[in-house]
Unconditional design. Sequence first.
Length: 296
Amino acid sequence: MEILDGKKVSNDIKNEITVAVQEMKANGEKVPHLAAVLVGDDGASLTYVGSKVKTCERIGFDSTLVRMPATTTEEELLEKVKELNENDDIDGFIVQLPLPPQIDTQKVLLAVNPDKDVDGFHPMNFGKMALNLPTFISATPFGILELLERYKVETSGKHTVVIGRSDIVGKPMSILMGRKGCPGDSTVTLTHSRTKNIESIIAQADIVISALGVPNFLKAEMVKEGAVIIDVGITRVPDETKKSGYSIVGDVDFAEVSKKASYITPVPGGVGPMTIAMLLKNTLLARKRHREVTGV
Ligand code: NAP
């Protein structure tokens, strides 16, 4: 069994990006600039956005954190999005989800300029991804592809079972694994809470990508000997032994499943760290494209 070490690979990627930024600086070019919009003060969102901004600074990107109160109206947020779309200094930006209930998330994501949509959530970018055209692939699925690629995990002709059909993980992941190319060329089954006989489907999988958010859902007896296991789940469970009062657990019973798996991602330290690294990779790409278009 080999661990798919997202912490190590994400550090490698960040180092590669740091070198690219240093070259940009040496050539007198503008460095990538990522902005993040955070509406409200949800603790988890604050942590995610904070670490995105901090990582930007560490690798030499410019970054801007836009904080708006939980009472922000849809119009106010759309106005901010418009401002960021028009701000030539910003190469890419994200609107941290979830948004407060008074705001229509789809309306906001649709308002983001697809050329600055480094989260890859805009329907135009999602469509390009589905058609195998160059685009921003959203960070978590992109990170999983990168892990599979760097560890040379064979995906061609394999049966991949994706658990969970969210717009940000399960659905794009199922499309990406079935695309022509490498990683890809898998035969994909997308499962969800209404799937009948889910256990017998998972038992046939060469690759399982679990994105449901149910701690210890995937047990050793459910998976085939030698299966590749990708655990996307992140759930906070109370833990008095931790200073924070909680620990982070995935969807997979790691201790037991790892005994049968050929490759497996740990939680934490698997898919999670890859997500930030791929957001930065998308921002670097946005800068390069911006430069090609504007010459600046
Ligand atoms: P989500 O919106 O929370 O939806 C969960 C999905 O799982 C739904 O499609 C649901 O089916 C399905 N599901 C729930 N219970 C099920 C069951 N018992 N059997 C089969 N399917 C079931 O999904 P998400 O936003 O992708 O989040 C999933 C997990 O990944 C969460 O723990 C989240 O924190 C984590 N996550 C991690 C990262 C990362 O960077 N590592 C990024 C994003 C998300 P229905 O559609 O039928 O309701």
